[in-house]
Design a protein around this ligand. Structure first.
Ligand code: ATP
Ligand code: MG
Length: 392
């Protein structure tokens, strides 16, 4: 008996002619992520993705855990593979699911016959296997509505598969099918969640981080890299452009009105981010801005920062409460890293009374005191690329 994974796809099954593009991308993403963990052959047949172990040493539990986080996968079934023979199917179910069935009080069996040449129809398979399992585990009661264990028997083209109680996958669309976007990644709670949400729509991420050494420490930079690594379990590879931001911040502080500091700084971020995005073939910027959360996230403030770029700015957490964002951050395990107390460049020179209803005209007049283009060029020339953990 060999254990393999059967991955069920959601939305992508509905995509008509695009379906095969979606499936191919998902298979590629899975190969990239699961092979290092010992997965062998990975392929798609009849809208189900098969993940085989490379050999008997493969830890299928670890492979299944990783597969759950790949966007496009709706559920993960750890299945035992066996011959298409009713007696063998029964033995396999008894052996593979014995422990689960012994611990349960109620069960039912569902069967699906994809191979129409198999002599028994789906309901007959379910009745026979269900009856035989009941004989072997007589303490079980049948509950067709809410069984504790739902045994599935799938008779497919080559083999039969037995599994129970699939694990929930991350859902969404395979990363890459909707192009690339640049994520402005701070060390905070919101921006990793924003990246996760857009990647879930099938978008590959390129990270951009602004740091202000020596005002921000090496540890703060490491924290951002760590956040990108955590995100990568869902999003695949995330490279980060590290942008030196100290000089720009010092120049703003020296020459511009204090209450405009944050907004002018954020406009520089958007200018530079757009340049990086275009170079990396990204079609949008992503931020973790949430309406009204801080002074720089009022509608007026968002207006003057977004006025800086022509690419769309995606703000997936714009309408969410902090608690909702935190819930997602906990689910994707970025929360604990995000709350480590290292300074972000945004917190270095925060004004006491930031402007909440800025007018573009006033901001532009303040900015005119700075050699904007030269500062942008210098920052771009100083970018260091930190490559993601995964390599094709
Ligand atoms: P977060 O939790 O993501 O840090 P925040 O509530 O602290 O968000 P701000 O610091 O105002 O909000 O930043 C708003 C958004 O601007 C962030 O979500 C992020 O997308 C971007 N941003 C802020 N600081 C940086 C930085 N140092 N590098 C890259 N992007 C940044
Ligand atoms: Mg922040």
């Amino acid at each position: 008996m060999r254990e393999i994974l059967l991955l069920k796809l959601g939305e992508i099954v509905l995509k008509g002619l695009n379906r095969s593009i979606f499936e191919q991308r998902l298979v590629k993403n899975l190969q990239y992520r699961l092979r290092p963990l010992g997965a062998g052959h990975i392929y798609c047949l009849q809208s189900t993705i098969y993940v085989e172990p490379h050999d008997e040493t493969t830890d299928m539990c670890a492979v299944a855990e990783a597969a759950r986080r790949v966007f496009g996968v709706v559920s993960v079934c750890r299945a035992a593979e066996c011959e298409k023979d009713m007696a063998v199917i029964l033995e396999t179910a008894t052996e593979f699911l014995g422990e689960t069935l012994r611990d349960a009080r109620t069960f039912k069996v569902d069967a699906k016959r994809a191979d129409k040449s198999f002599p028994l129809k789906s309901p007959q398979i379910a009745i026979e296997i269900g009856g035989a399992l009941h004989d072997r585990f007589p303490h079980l009661k049948v509950d067709v509505e809410h069984p504790e264990v739902c045994v599935k028997v799938e008779v497919r083209d080559r083999m039969a598969y037995v599994h129970a109680n699939p694990a929930l996958g991350a859902g969404g669309m395979p990363v890459g099918v909707n192009g690339n976007a640049a994520l402005l990644l701070s060390g905070g709670i919101d921006s990793p969640v924003a990246g996760y949400m857009i990647a879930k729509r099938g978008v590959a991420l390129h990270g951009i981080h602004f740091f202000s050494y020596p005002y921000t420490s090496e540890r703060a930079r490491q924290k951002v890299i760590e956040l990108a690594r955590l995100l990568e379990r869902y999003t695949g590879r995330v490279d980060i452009s590290m942008v030196p931001f100290t000089k720009i911040q010092e120049e703003i502080r020296a020459h511009c009105r204090e209450d405009f500091f944050t907004l002018i700084m954020r406009r520089f971020m958007m200018r530079i981010a757009e340049r990086v995005a275009l170079e990396k073939n990204c079609k949008a910027l992503i931020t973790g801005e949430s309406l009204g959360q801080v002074a720089s996230q009022t509608m007026e403030a968002l207006g003057v920062t977004a006025a800086m770029c022509t690419l769309p700015v995606l703000r997936p957490v714009i309408g969410m409460d902090k608690e909702e964002i935190v819930r997602i951050a906990r689910n994707i395990d970025t929360f604990e890293t995000s709350i480590q107390p290292y300074e972000d460049c945004c917190t270095v020179f925060t004004p006491k009374h930031p402007k909440t209803k800025p007018r573009l005209y006033d901001i532009e007049a303040e900015e005119a005191k700075l050699p904007v283009d030269a500062l942008v060029e210098e920052a771009i020339a100083g970018i260091e690329l930190v490559e993601g953990a995964f390599h094709a």
